[in-house]
Design a protein around this ligand. Sequence first.
Ligand code: SF4
Length: 324
Amino acid sequence: MRFTHIYVEERALGYPLTEEILAKLPDSHVIKIRHYKDVFDRKRQNAPLQKEHQALIIAVRDGSRIFKGAPVCQSMGQKNFYYASSMMNCPFDCEYCYLKGMYPSSNMVVFVNLEDYRRDVEEKLKEGPMYVCASYDTDLLAMNQLTGHADFWKEMALSEEDLLVELRTKAAVQVTDNISNIIYAFTLSPSDVIGRFEKNTAPLGARIGAAAKAIESGAKVRLCFDPIIKIPEWKEAYKELVEACAGQIDLGRLTDVSVGTFRISSDYLNRMRRAYPGSATAWYPYVIKDGVAQYEPETDKAMQEYVCGLLEKHIGREKIFTWN
Ligand code: SF4
């Protein structure tokens, strides 16, 4: 991982994780800053250009760190569904990524005060078991060698049996542990979608292979066919995708599967359109329903049902979750 520039909040300098990250990036130019928002929230940033030369920002997160899951996200049948934001932005560059509409910057922020996240989780656990998606606004597994955030959540899961953590990724990570309350969620897309819309992510075969190995090591594995993207030949593409998975993975051994068509908050979509005027994904004529931009209702339903139908040949319907 290469970052030519690293911005470090002055108050983050005393944290051991800051030292560890800086030691792993000895050639980067380090700039001290007062607050990460001074850089990250600056007006008139060129997010597409920043993505080409992504900088790293090391910071301390105040205020809310763990949030109630949004309606567009899937709870996968779990109560007390939260997501944690310990990093912002992603090393990958998916054209459809909602982060493009959520953040004013493409630079990556890594928060180093993980002990505060630990305390937040411990506090919330007093109300009962909780399910935390820890890798929503980023890809923690892809970044783990540098930041150790995925390891942090694994340690949390080991010490808190009422905590269930999902680590979602588009990397082909090697999973060697089998912690019962960690779910490794591999997002899969047809090769054509990966090639067109998921820049820098792992190839399909590598992701399927990684998921298969994770199952072999006894880990809980979820496959996410989400977002399903409406390419012209989507039926054939998703059929081939499910067949490729079934050829390498015993789908009956999966913890579950998530299926969802592309959707995005209409506010994020508007910002994405302003920042990426040439993006076909952003400018598709979506239907807005309850503040969520999505494909036309009939198409949306047909795509989800079609993919669910393909999966049902290999895995029980009760293990397949859809977003609506
Ligand atoms: S991997 Fe996920 S978080 Fe990262 S750019 Fe792609 S959609 Fe966004």
